[in-house]
Design a protein around this ligand. Structure first.
Ligand code: NAD
Length: 371
């Protein structure tokens, strides 16, 4: 066994933690942030949760709010132009995975120049021009504590995985109270994204003892809380559990890997604009069924932790219950099929070869227990 475990230098996890944002910056001697967020966060007033503590501390704050869901190279380049005309000493990624990934990519591109494509994995994107403080407002991607950012190359319609220490935030401020406003559809999609991170980290060929512990804990939290968070947006206990799980699952896969689900999910997102967690959800039961023979005991243990199987179930029974449990979860969370989502079958078939090529090129499928 060998591992190289990396995490943010500070992980502040608490209800109301965002109110300590200025203190976090002060601990690192930072005082001139550029806040990177999306137009919804600004329009809905959510960004005030981030700005108020900074204003109270008397910091000069600037906001770049042009990020888009599934961030593109174009938006990252615009963000870097904005960086270059100001005098900033850090970036605060405030929002779901998209603004956080944008902030990370801006730091990487500003450090090395060129085009975002130059940094596509397996390139080691280890340098960041500025430190990133991540404040997630969805419980899903775990981007606040991963060494990845996912950026779409708009010329090739490819969601590129960019990996390296340059993408690892300096600090993450993880406050579940920011997720009360997340609508049920996004709660379901992001929650299944976290579940997929935990499950893929646990069955990956690159799993290690620390990622295992985090992945198993995340699966137990998600299994016990995802339906409640979906049905009762203001249930504090469920929101807190889902947020902690997202961070644990992020640490797990960042230090193990994702696998076939994520490899196939990214091209679906790039070509058909399906939200990331939802395309994971569409794929998860079928890919789990395919993959079980490669790591039956691990899939069985995952089923027990999630609560789909009982402790006394043998591995075959437990693994079968995992697949049926994931199918039932998709039904309960109203996950549509690609056709029901509105994807045209002819367009889907036409893109199949390209999507397969892009999935394989990402490297993620090679980590799957069954290749
Ligand atoms: P997102 O950031 O695109 O947000 C989805 C929607 O939810 C947006 O409209 C946003 O404005 C809204 N939203 C966010 N917080 C909200 C809140 N508190 N209340 C109400 N609405 C809110 O979605 P996401 O799923 O968080 O992130 C997806 C992106 O993250 C994808 O590009 C995916 O590829 C990437 N990703 C990155 C990593 C990583 O390690 N870097 C891991 C997984 C996924």
């Amino acid at each position: 066994m060998s591992m190289n475990f990396a995490s943010p230098r500070m992980l502040l996890v608490a209800g109301g933690a965002v109110r300590q944002l200025a203190d976090v910056l002060a601990r690192f001697g930072l005082s001139r942030p550029l806040v990177v967020t999306d137009p919804f966060m600004v329009g809905s007033g959510h960004v005030r949760h981030c700005l108020e503590p900074l204003e109270r501390a008397g910091l000069a704050i600037a906001v770049f709010s042009d990020t888009v869901s599934d961030p593109t190279d174009i938006v990252v380049e615009a963000g870097v132009e904005r960086l270059e005309v100001g005098d900033y000493d850090c970036l605060i990624g405030f929002g779901g995975g998209s603004p956080i990934d944008t902030a990370k990519a801006m730091a990487i591109l500003a450090a090395g120049g060129g085009k975002m494509r130059d940094y596509k994995a397996p390139f080691a994107a280890d340098k960041g021009a500025l430190p990133v403080i991540a404040v997630p407002t969805t419980a899903g991607t775990g981007s606040e504590c991963t060494r990845f950012t996912v950026i779409t190359d708009t010329e090739r319609d490819e969601k590129m995985l960019i990996a390296g220490l340059g993408a690892l935030p300096l600090a993450a401020v993880v406050d579940y109270e920011l997720t009360f406003s997340v609508p049920p559809r996004t709660t379901a999609d992001t929650g299944i994204d976290s579940l997929t991170h935990a499950l893929e980290a646990y069955v990956s060929k690159r799993a290690n003892p620390i990622s295992d512990a985090l992945a198993l804990s995340a699966m137990a939290l998600i299994g016990a809380n995802i339906r409640t968070a979906y049905a009762e947006p203001h249930n504090a206990a469920a929101r807190e559990a889902m947020m902690l799980a997202a961070t644990e699952a992020g640490l797990a896969f960042s230090n193990s890997s994702v696998a076939l689900v994520h490899g196939m999910s990214r091209p679906i997102g790039a070509h058909f604009h399906v939200p990331h967690g939802l395309s994971n959800a569409m794929l998860l039961p079928a890919i789990t069924r395919f993959s079980v023979p490669g790591a039956a005991a691990r899939y069985a243990e995952a089923a027990r932790r999630i609560g789909f199987a009982r402790d006394g179930d043998n591995d075959d029974t437990a693994a079968a219950r995992l697949v049926s449990g994931l199918e039932a979860l998709n039904r309960d969370l109203s996950v549509p099929t690609p056709a029901a989502y509105g994807i045209d079958e002819a367009a889907w078939t036409g893109k199949m070869a390209l999507m397969a090529e892009q999935a394989l090129a990402s490297g993620s499928p090679g980590n799957n227990p069954r290749v």
